[in-house]
Design a protein around this ligand. Structure first.
Ligand code: TMP
Length: 208
């Protein structure tokens, strides 16, 4: 771990990552660890506006490459104005999604060449990568039933095949990176929380 940690939550829709990132944030604060909770795309005024544009339903076709460029523009703002300054002042960062989502959604599911994403990743992030990434793994059919009845944005309106590819993309990334921790998100929430606590404790012990 380079300085203070960035802990990321990833997963398909309905996997519980937003709930769990909030829960982790609260528990770190309780332990008096300076922490911020943020999300991607988003986290700054402009990045949140980019998020809105990214998730809105448009009449024209939105290409996978356009999505990549949008999320990296948002990421640049987020890193420059929120993530880096917080890490420099000794704050932990808990982030709901980061670049692995770009590899999974735009790379694997939209078919954008991974090399393009890797180049932008190096260009925008330079030396900054997550220290720990929780991937909340959920089958797409379970995700569908969890988000049924919700008003869906442009990404959530994609079909099962799309989310199957997103899931495979995450699994492929998880296998290639030691920082990944895969949690079976189809289990009851208390089990997922207890597993997460255990993994986090290991992470803190290994890095202190
Ligand atoms: P959510 O995190 O609230 O589910 O919404 C964010 C959406 O943006 C989600 O559908 C995944 C998508 N997304 C990408 O497609 N690429 C990215 O790089 C990121 C960070 C998110």
């Amino acid at each position: 771990m380079s300085s203070y940690p960035i802990i990321v939550f990833e997963g398909i829709e309905g996997s519980g990552k937003s709930y769990l990132s909030k829960k982790l944030f609260k528990s770190l604060k309780k332990r008096r660890i300076n922490t911020i909770l943020t999300r991607e795309p988003g986290g700054t005024e402009l990045a949140e506006a980019i998020r809105e544009a990214m998730l809105a339903k448009w009449q024209e076709e939105i290409t996978g490459l356009t999505e990549v460029l949008l999320v990296f523009a948002a990421r640049e703002q987020h890193l420059k104005n929120v993530i880096r300054p917080n890490l420099e002042r000794g704050t932990w960062v808990v982030c709901d999604r980061f670049t692995d989502a770009t590899f999974a959604y735009q790379g694997e599911a939209r078919g954008v060449d991974a090399e393009i994403i890797e180049r932008l990743e190096q260009w925008v992030q330079v030396d900054l990568y997550p220290d720990l990434t929780f991937f909340l793994d959920l089958p797409p059919e379970e995700s569908e039933s969890r988000i049924a009845g919700r008003e869906k944005d442009r990404m959530e309106s994609e079909n099962r095949d799309f989310f199957q590819k997103v899931r495979s993309g995450y699994i492929r990334r998880a296998k290639g990176h030691k920082r990944y921790c895969i949690l079976d998100a189809s289990r009851p929430l208390e089990e997922v929380v207890s597993d997460l606590r255990h993994r986090l404790l290991n992470f803190v012990q290994e890095n202190s």
